[in-house]
Design a binder for this molecule. Structure first.
Ligand code: COI
Length: 364
């Protein structure tokens, strides 16, 4: 049980016979850990912190996970004034938990908030809130090798507004869910289709921040692609309809020889934290990385293609279909470059190798 202190923060109950605690105190939640997918499993607690327009976020608190109340006129519901983040926690063999670069998510949320006219938690507030939420839900962090705890911070205009304007009040909320592989293919290669009519982002728009509307905008193309048996959609730039942008839920990399290329961050592509980490890991492994305009034609003679994202981690691409023509990569499984990068990144995230990059944050 969580007990409120004088300062409004929470402590864990120390009673050995506390009824509410008895199931929560057990090391691991009683669920089937072997077949986690990427779906919501309700956990014990979520974190909430509020702030008025022009003010600062101050005192947040944990509360039982559950539905939240919103005015029907809330800015987020009416005008899409909302951002989200995604990061993961992994359980180590010694029971401690590792977060991966949480301050990067905090910074990205702050940049997005500036674009969306919202106040945002400071980096410290964000990271402390993530730590508190993960520790309160510790029993939901999967055993080593079985998955991770996906952490979903939200920032939304929760105040009521009728005329188009920034909302008068904001809510920062964090909930978590244990997850396994994002794609139903598991770690098997995914099959993408290039979308050349619908676009995800426009220059000067919000494609470069993690606002909720960017994700609603891809659902039409994504649903059509899934109905045809593809795993997801690869978007092109909306000006030339020629350069790769990103996949609905992740960034993309193209491998040719010892060079990997990925679309440069120019405002229409999400600056992925896994993307950035993979670039650094690749360079540390002697692989040349180019961030530039990548014409769709380069897919034709690529050696490998892979996607990166918090949810998808590193996902190999087995085929890409563009204007009816399908190009396949490799026989099955990961290509050598994607495999090498996946292996270094995930071993680092899980605490299986030395964190020379200083990217992980350990919670005990
Ligand atoms: C993530 O990778 O965390 C994302 O935000 C993508 C989301 C569509 C699952």
């Amino acid at each position: 049980m969580l007990i409120s202190t004088l300062h409004g923060s929470y402590l864990f109950c120390a009673l050995t016979k506390c009824v509410e605690c008895s199931s929560e105190a057990s090391e691991l939640a009683d669920i089937e850990w072997d077949n986690l997918g990427f779906g919501l499993l309700p956990t014990d607690y979520m974190y909430m912190m509020k702030c008025s327009q022009g003010g600062n976020f101050s005192k947040g608190e944990l509360q039982r996970f559950g539905n939240i109340e919103l005015n029907p006129s809330a800015g987020v519901l009416n005008y899409g004034q909302g951002l989200f983040e995604g990061l993961k926690a992994y359980r180590k063999e010694d029971g401690n938990i590792l977060l991966f670069r949480p301050e990067e998510n905090a910074l990205r949320m702050r940049q997005g908030a500036e674009r969306m006219c919202m106040p945002a938690p400071t980096v410290d507030q964000f990271v402390e809130a993530v730590k508190e939420t993960v520790l309160a839900n510790k029993r939901w962090v999967p055993p080593p090798g079985k998955g991770s705890l996906y952490i979903r911070p939200l920032l939304m205009g929760s105040g009521a507004v009728l005329g188009l304007a920034p909302a008068p009040e904001y809510t920062f909320l964090i909930y978590v869910s244990p997850v396994g592989n994002y794609f139903k293919e598991g770690v098997a290669p995914i099959n993408l289709i290039v979308e050349h009519e619908l676009h995800r982002a426009t220059p000067g728009g919000t494609g470069g921040v993690k606002t909720i509307g960017n994700y609603a905008a891809v659902l039409k193309a994504q649903s059509a692609a899934k109905a045809k048996g593809y795993s997801d959609v690869l978007y092109l730039d909306c000006v030339h309809k020629k350069y790769l942008e990103e996949v609905s839920s992740c960034n993309i990399f193209v491998v040719k020889g010892n060079v990997i290329s990925t679309p440069a961050i120019k405002g229409t592509i999400l600056p992925g934290i896994t993307r950035k980490s993979i670039i650094d890991v690749a360079r540390s492994q002697g692989i040349q990385v180019e961030e530039r305009f990548v014409p769709v034609d380069e897919l034709l003679d690529a050696d490998e293609v892979f996607c990166t994202g918090t949810a998808v981690v590193v996902s190999p691409v087995g085929s890409i279909t563009y204007k009816g023509k399908r190009v396949s990569y490799g026989v099955d499984g990961f290509g050598a470059v994607a495999q090498q990068l996946y292996s270094v990144l995930t071993r680092l995230q899980m605490g299986l190798i030395d964190d020379k990059m200083n990217w992980t944050v350990e919670l005990s």
